[in-house]
Design a protein around this ligand. Structure first.
Ligand code: GUN
Length: 296
């Protein structure tokens, strides 16, 4: 292996430390404590794990954490009533409705019912529009975490060729916007892209966010390129359950200049950025300066 490992776990700890320091000052100087509300509908096991982890880390950062756990058969009207209550609550600065929602609920409708200023996921249509037009917005946590890792490794990203594999609203599209914002030349590739290996070979930066285990082999990666692996896929190998990314780590690490591992890469950055976004939302709503280095 020749690639430098980009340690998301360590960078996430640094981000959480910065958030906690800022929260301490906010509380001491202004008597304000940022509050994050997470809404979970149903009992999806993976979502339950994420939500527990978010709550724990929110409290560790000195913030208020509120969880609303609703039954899987909760009506849309009841869910919207919870969102409206949180929108009106002055002690809550960030609202996250855990996705995916049960099939009978309209995700777009629910997300767009969140006050955009409290939309710490950055999924509300007005935050999507603000990001696309280069205006101040709430930025989706996973792409923000990827951007922080890329800036940490490269310093300036200006002029680099970036290929984002995956076109989801949660990762691919906002990731492309953020890279454009940092003056990369950006290609969004996806399952229908012609000559995908050739497209990826042109990249100085590869962000893989397709949700297919080890889909990107090392021979697609240009020597020295930086690889950010967003995938978190559970597979069984040699009779054991394993977590793997969308990139074949071993072969990619042999040619890349730098690569994020799975686990320990993008994953920890996502929750750290959620805390950062909650703090940012709190500062904005109180007309206070935003924390430095924690936003796009
Ligand atoms: N489910 C998986 N990732 C996410 C995320 O970033 N935000 C929300 N709300 N749900 C998710």
């Amino acid at each position: 292996m020749s690639a430098k490992i980009i340690d998301g776990k360590a960078l996430a700890a640094t981000v959480r430390g910065k958030v906690a320091d800022h929260v301490t000052r906010l509380t001491a100087d202004h008597g304000i404590t940022p509050g994050l509300a997470v809404v979970l509908v149903g009992e999806d096991p993976a979502s339950q794990v994420y939500v527990r982890s978010k709550g724990k880390q929110t409290i560790e950062a000195g913030m208020k954490s509120v969880e609303h756990k609703l039954d899987a058969d909760t009506s849309e009207a009841d869910l919207l009533a919870v969102v409206a209550e949180l929108n009106a609550d002055p002690t809550i600065h960030g609202i996250l409705v855990q996705l995916p929602l049960p099939k009978h609920l309209n995700e777009d409708l629910v997300i767009n019912a969140i006050d955009p200023a409290k939309d710490v996921d950055g999924f509300h249509i007005s935050n999507v529009g603000l990001l696309a037009t280069g205006q101040k917005s709430m930025v989706p946590c996973t792409p923000l975490g990827c951007l922080m890792m890329l800036r940490e490794h490269h310093g300036s990203l200006s002029g680099l060729n970036a290929v984002v594999i995956g076109r989801s609203n949660i990762v691919g599209k906002p990731m492309a916007q953020l890279l454009l914002g940092d003056s990369c030349t950006v290609t969004i590739a996806h399952s229908r892209t012609k000559d995908l290996p050739e497209v990826v070979r042109r990249a100085d930066i590869v962000v893989a966010a397709v949700g297919r285990p080890e889909m990107v082999p090392g021979d697609w990666i240009a020597p020295g390129a930086t690889v950010i692996d967003v995938g978190i896929n559970r597979i069984e190998r040699d009779g054991k359950n394993r977590l793997v990314g969308d990139v074949d780590f071993e072969s990619a690490a042999a040619v890349a200049g730098a690569i994020t591992p799975v686990p320990g890469g993008v994953g920890p950055m996502t929750i750290a950025c959620l805390l950062a976004n909650t703090l940012t939302a709190c500062c904005r709503s109180n007309g206070l300066p935003e924390p430095e280095g924690l936003t796009a």
